[in-house]
Design a protein around this ligand. Structure first.
Ligand code: UT7
Length: 331
């Protein structure tokens, strides 16, 4: 019997229109374009403006882009997973709303939260459902409205993040294309270094927590940077050694877009030149759950059937990992 693998067969994306430049940030906090560019690689990021618009707005747009491009009938989708750290509401599933709005009326749906690794971990979940033979079409969306949890007077965080969404469709494949291997990790030691302190079950919201700005993202950048560099490089290298791949076998490195210096360090360890590294951090900043699918959407035209891709991510928790995937189509 032929083994069923789980392949990505379509991608879609959405980024909001509003462009927040480094120049504009100079008017909010004590920073400058030169510092942001040289320390992070970011030139601008997108921000979702508009009353009542949350993460689902972008998730829906990215899914609609995929559905339009791939010409699929949304009623055939079995499952919708939304990877996000910024759900529309703390309790009601964002994915359930997204699935209904895109017409995936026969799907079940849920959110997956692993901070910046949400999409990477979601790839593992989506692929498992396909490989088991249980479902045929799994829509995985990574979407975050990071601007909703940022303090625009904190220069340590507000310069880094942006808003956006990307979607991919996983389907069964009989040519051994799609997900080949994964190495996913987590370590709770990280939660002191990158977190939102209040609003959860430990510290429910009060007047004080709002006054003390405890509902915004806090990050000890230097520590997170150190862990991100060594861990993303370690897991990426593991994907190569475990699958007897050399750098020549790799067509693309698809790294989480948190900092250009982290991306470059990972590429160096994997041994690939910059021409093989997907990068769009300069335009979008760190969109958390959306970085990986936004890369796929931006590079889709350059991807060829059979290309070997190494995905890598690192995020709050800590959570991190790498996935080795063979691309399944020419666009
Ligand atoms: O996606 C989830 C995982 N997240 C990450 O992977 C993020 C990891 N961390 C980083 O990317 C970097 O640590 C940052 C970009 C957040 C910060 O860069 P850094 O090179 O680690 O800077 P730093 O925090 O060590 O600060 C260096 C200096 C400090 O000044 P002094 O003490 O040397 O005088 C900061 O006060 O730069 C100063 N600084 C700034 N200056 C201008 C910090 N932020 C800014 C700023 N503009 N926005």
């Amino acid at each position: 019997m032929t083994k069923i693998t789980a392949a990505i067969t379509a991608v879609g994306k959405y980024v909001p229109e509003y462009v927040l430049t480094n120049k504009e940030l100079e008017s909010y906090v004590d920073t400058n374009d030169e510092w942001i560019t040289s320390r992070t690689g970011i030139k601008e990021r997108r921000i979702l403006k508009g009353e009542g618009l949350g993460t689902s707005y972008m998730a829906i747009k990215s899914a609609e882009d995929l559905i339009r491009k791939a010409k699929i009938n949304p009623e055939e989708i079995d499952l919708v997973i939304v990877g996000t750290a910024t759900p529309d509401l703390p309790v009601a599933s964002t994915a359930a709303y997204v699935a209904s709005e895109i017409g995936a009326t026969n799907a079940f749906s849920y959110d997956l939260q692993a901070a910046c690794s949400s999409f990477l971990f979601g790839m593992s979940s989506a692929a498992s459902y396909i490989e088991s033979g249980r479902y045929k079409k799994v829509l995985l969306i990574g979407a975050d409205k990071m601007s909703s949890i940022l303090d625009y007077t904190d220069r340590a965080t507000c310069i880094i993040f942006g808003d956006g969404a990307g979607a991919v469709l996983f389907e069964p494949n009989k040519e051994n294309l799609g997900l080949q291997d994964e190495y996913l990790r987590s370590d709770g030691i990280g939660r002191d270094f990158l977190r939102i302190e209040a609003g959860g079950s430990i510290m429910p919201p009060t007047e004080e927590t709002v006054k003390e700005k405890k509902h915004f993202v806090y990050q000890e950048g230097k520590t997170v940077f150190k862990y991100a560099v060594s861990n993303m490089a370690d897991v990426s290298e593991k994907m190569l050694t475990r699958n007897s791949l050399t750098e020549e076998d790799i067509q693309w490195l698809v790294p989480h877009q948190a900092n250009k210096r982290i991306i470059e360090a990972t590429a160096k360890r994997v041994g690939v030149g910059s021409e093989k590294v997907m990068m769009n951090i300069q335009r979008y900043g760190n969109t958390t759950s959306a970085t990986l699918p936004l890369l796929l959407a931006d590079y889709e035209n350059q991807l060829k059937k059979g290309d070997n891709l190494i995905f890598a991510a690192f995020g709050g928790g800590f959570t991190w990992g790498a996935i080795y995937l063979k691309w399944a189509y020419n666009s």
